[in-house]
Design a binder for this molecule. Sequence first.
Ligand code: KG4
Ligand code: ZN
Length: 336
Amino acid sequence: MSVITLGIESSCDETACAVVKDGREVLSSIIASQADFHSQYGGVVPELASRMHVEAIVPCISEALKQAEVTYSDLDAVCVTKGPGLVGALLVGVSAAKALCEVKHIPLVGVNHMAGHIAANYLTDPSWEPPFLCLVVSGGHSEILLVSDYTKMEYICSTKDDAAGEAFDKIARVIGLGYPGGPKLDKASKDGNPQAYSFPMPKMGDTLDFSFSGIKTAALNTINQVRLKGEDVNVNDFAASYQDAICSILCDRLKKAVKLTGVTKICLAGGVSANSCLRAKVEDLSKKMRLQLCLPKMVYCTDNAAMIASAGYYSFRDGVTDNLDMNAYPSLELGG
Ligand code: KG4
Ligand code: ZN
């Protein structure tokens, strides 16, 4: 008997609902993005995000069920992002999921958003399974995890300061590319020279941890120095050089993590996994080190609910469900 899960995601500025079969087959995936709306403010305004989730959530659920051609009675579990994220935004998804579960007598499964990002790989490659190393890079996270089983993962290393996505977004804003910066920086870099500007690589000793605050400050200093001279940075060259430097750091740590653990399967997860430079570098690394690789499909790199329905399926399969007193947890760690 197949298991049908409904995924609900509202941790940031995307209201998303999806129906997934057996954790792998996406029957529908609806995303109502607020990104264009928030771009006028240069970033997500939490209060406005919550209000927009309230407006979007019910139509989004209905559309996901309709496109998947299922009804409430076909659902085996409702899987919802319970954290990390913006608390007001999370609460909209969590409240909707709880109401649905209470009224329709469906089991509730709270999902960690980052575990969801990792599950994007299961939606991409039907044969992809643990154990593997996953480089998780998003707007708020940069870490390498050893995923030993579908619901078992441990941190190998993480960032000591900023996340890679945040480092992209900040500099993209300063050089005038606007919000959301990562994809715009990626696009601009296509016509740029990655060797045009150089940035200091962080010295972290033997640790595998990341640090992006130094490189971000160096980028800001370079921009200021150029502007003080009455000139402006070449946006495409700057985007290409900065992106190359950050992706080199990420790749270097992934390489060290492979050597440390001996794990021969690697994959990416999170919004920054859509980055073309990172994907190319990781692909290159996998060839040089003869590793098995999964690069999540572009549609599942950034926030979506299919990945939440998939991750939730694996918890549900292990018999893990939540009570209706489940809350939203803005700083939820993996394993929580
Ligand atoms: O996973 P995600 O959609 O939301 C969070 O959970 O944070 O990731 C959003 C982050 C943003 O920082 C965005 O700029 C970055 O992912 N991002 C990219 C690209 N697409 C999204 N960064 C670099 N290159 C991209 N193509
Ligand atoms: Zn995300």
